[in-house]
Design a protein around this ligand. Structure first.
Ligand SMILES: C[C@@](CO)(OP(=O)(O)O)[C@H](O)COP(=O)(O)OP(=O)(O)OC[C@H]1O[C@@H](n2ccc(N)nc2=O)[C@H](O)[C@@H]1O
Ligand SMILES: Nc1ncnc2c1ncn2[C@@H]1O[C@H](COP(=O)(O)OP(=O)(O)O)[C@@H](O)[C@H]1O
Length: 270
């Protein structure tokens, strides 16, 4: 049985306060984008323990610390699941602020739930996902969501780029989410993202921010350069996604932009 975990971008990101457990309360809108990994589980008779095979982009993870295996062990602690062979084809860049690892883990929970007809509800799966990563519960629902708390309180929102064109650019820079949070001064936003998102996309430039940009841009000028270039090329809105290093641009019409970003991973909406 196979599935195709996809990535996300953050539309705005306000880091509101630091919590006693070291995590941060935030406000963001998660928006699914269709850069995809492939995740397969194969049931092999007489297998004594799980097998994990990773191909594609090298994440440097192992069968012990890859999030798909952590997801497998977690769901197995609730349900009886036999040893399986797991194949993960990595195509979503990591350290990119687009949640690839969290998505793989959430899709593993959904895959096991379907394959073994466990009947767990989305809410139950989201509860398990929250133990694997702050971004993880969103990928259980995988539709545009306004998120608060550490990212686990989710509310569906209406937002679509149907008449627009989206491009995502990731330079050869890998940002650690933990380090990115460490250099943030939390603050209450002037206007809630839930309100901002209702404005026309043309107004977002003046209203919507990603709080990580302020600390990440001075450290990695290349990321800011990409954002400025997207605006120079005519983007209606451009922003870093999550803790970086990816930057996305939203355009009014499809234009050939790839050649402007040599040396970067570039994904364009079909
Ligand atoms: C910043 C965001 C924005 O969407 O995405 P990415 O840039 O990673 O994609 C997320 O909040 C990341 O979610 P996720 O990547 O699942 O984070 P986790 O693995 O749970 O946490 C990694 C580390 O980030 C910090 N962390 C994470 C989430 C949060 N709300 N507050 C935090 O302080 C903690 O130090 C934690 O140890
Ligand atoms: N299935 C996975 N895919 C990618 N990274 C993973 C996975 N499992 C664990 N990791 C670890 O998580 C880190 C962050 O990966 P990821 O969530 O894809 O990045 P980000 O959301 O910051 O773009 C990686 O550097 C890697 O060490």
């Amino acid at each position: 049985m196979i599935c195709f975990p996809n990535a996300k971008i953050n539309l705005g990101l306000n880091i509101v306060s630091k919590r006693d457990d070291g995590y941060h309360n935030l406000e963001t809108v998660f928006y699914p984008i269709m850069i995809k990994d492939a995740l397969e589980i194969i049931e092999t008779p007489n297998l004594e323990k799980d097998i994990f095979v990773e191909s594609g982009i090298k994440t440097g993870t192992t069968a012990e610390n890859n999030l798909v295996m952590k997801a497998l062990h977690l769901i197995r602690s609730h349900y009886s699941i036999p040893p399986v062979e797991v194949h993960l084809l990595k195509q979503i860049p990591f350290g990119a602020g687009i949640g690839g690892g969290s998505s793989d883990a959430a899709f593993m929970l959904k895959l096991i739930n379907s394959k073994y007809s466990l009947g767990a509800s989305s809410n139950e799966l989201a509860g398990m996902a929250s133990q694997l990563g702050a971004d993880c519960p969103f990928f259980i629902y995988n539709k545009p969501m306004f998120a608060t708390g550490i990212g686990e309180k989710l509310e569906e929102v209406e937002v679509s780029f149907e008449n627009y064109y989206l491009i995502l650019v990731k330079p050869e820079i890998f940002v650690s989410t933990k380090d990115a949070f460490a250099s943030i001064e939390p603050k209450q936003p002037d206007m809630s993202l839930k309100e901002i998102i209702k404005h026309p996309i043309e107004n977002w430039k003046n209203l919507m921010v990603n709080d990580f940009e302020k600390s990440i841009f001075p450290k990695y000028p290349m990321i800011e350069h990409i954002k400025q270039k997207l605006y120079a090329l005519g983007a209606v809105y451009a922003s870093m996604s999550g803790s970086g290093s990816s930057v996305y641009g939203i355009f009014n019409k499809k234009t050939d932009l790839k050649h402007h970003f040599d040396g970067c991973f570039v994904w364009e909406q079909e």
